[in-house]
Design a protein around this ligand. Structure first.
Ligand SMILES: C[S@@+](CC[C@H](N)C(=O)[O-])C[C@H]1O[C@@H](n2cnc3c(N)ncnc32)[C@H](O)[C@@H]1O
Length: 340
């Protein structure tokens, strides 16, 4: 661990993933589907862009002016090289959120996105980000944010805690992060082989651990082995974002909006009887055992009339593409944040 990393895993680079949810061009379909007025799009910012694949692809393939930061200098250097090669003029920095937030040369943003960041930073950094959004997101602007969610992590959180303890207490720093991860995984598996009561109470743990063993170690390092790791309830997230005057808009994961593929008829009827939309969202997370939310929040939510909604739908052009996350780091398949 290095001084500038504030407990974040920095001795191993993140995967080279592309995340379509970060693309502001996708907001239109989601917002129209939810009956919401469409935001402007001209300036965008990604916080914690990792290797910068998403930010670069979005900057190269749109007229949006892109800015962003990721404090890992190796990753920022790669991201900048991509921006140069694409000639996109994306302004990508290697500053910590707290420093980037104070830059005097940033415009107001129509869109701020952060994917795979919120659950893996300290409360102090979360406060920095909320203050940045409060000052820099334009009225009508959209925040895209993803985070590990309760109750989906309720069973696995203690296991993750034990594995990071193992890596810190029994894994020697000099062995490197990949060895420490492998040691922690082997330990967890050996523990479950003794059939502890914790496994009997949470039988799904075994499969989940088995899946982890097959995953990219770069991904696992960032997902599980940070000092900070905080899954959150939806209502807690709403409390965090309240000072930035943000209101929940809708899920950025388009299929989440189709109740028929996610919920049973009984569950749909049960949710319909809940008058408060925020409490309905919290309850829905129990129905799908939500583990990872990908949401849009908006500063100044406005609803469309049915007529406006259908007129704007008719003007919208969409293209169906297959596959939303690629990982070219290890050539070992798809690594993405989300339910494992
Ligand atoms: C799990 S990765 C996600 C990267 C990218 N958003 C993605 O999904 O591919 C989290 C990233 O946040 C960056 N990061 C963590 N804390 C940061 C901070 N305080 N300031 C700037 N970047 C930070 C890390 O370097 C890392 O690249």
């Amino acid at each position: 661990m290095t001084d500038w990393s504030a407990g974040y895993v920095a001795d191993i680079g993140y995967t080279y993933g592309y995340y379509a949810e970060l693309n502001p061009l996708r907001i239109k379909l989601a917002f129209l589907n939810a009956g919401l007025s469409l935001p402007e799009s001209g300036t965008a910012c990604e916080l914690g862009f990792g290797q910068g694949l998403s930010a670069n692809i979005h900057a190269a393939a749109s007229v949006t002016e892109w800015h962003g930061t990721d404090f890992n200098p190796s990753q920022a250097a790669f991201a900048r090289e991509l921006a140069r090669a694409a000639g996109s003029d994306a302004r990508l920095h290697d500053e910590a959120f707290a420093d980037f937030a104070q830059r005097p040369d940033l415009p107001e943003f129509d869109y701020i996105g952060l994917h795979g960041i919120w659950s893996w930073i300290s409360d102090g950094n979360r406060a920095v980000i909320v203050d940045f959004i409060r000052r820099k997101l334009r009225v009508g602007g959209v925040l895209y944010i993803s985070y590990n969610t309760m109750p989906g992590w309720a069973a696995f959180a203690p296991m993750r805690h034990l594995m990071t303890e193992h890596a810190a207490v029994l894994g020697a720093e000099g062995r490197g992060i990949v060895n420490r991860i492998d040691g922690a995984l082997d330990f967890a598996q050996a523990l479950l082989a003794t059939n502890p009561n914790f496994l009997r109470a949470n039988p799904a743990l075994k499969d989940r651990l088995e899946k982890l063993k097959g995953q990219n170690r770069h991904y696992l390092a960032h997902e599980y082995f940070n000092r900070d790791w905080q899954p959150m309830h939806f209502a807690e997230m709403a409390d965090w974002l309240e000072p930035a005057k943000l209101q929940y808009a809708c899920s950025a994961h388009q299929l989440d909006q189709v109740d028929a593929v996610n919920l049973t008829p009984d569950q749909i009827a049960f949710l319909k009887d809940i008058p408060d939309p925020m409490f309905r969202e919290s309850t829905r997370d129990f129905m799908v055992n939500q583990q990872f939310r990908r949401d849009y929040w908006v500063r100044g939510l406005r609803r469309l009339s049915l007529l406006e909604q259908s007129e704007q739908f008719r003007q919208l052009r969409v293209m169906l593409v297959v596959g939303s996350a690629i990982d070219i780091a290890e050539g070992d398949g798809i690594a993405r944040r989300g339910p494992t």
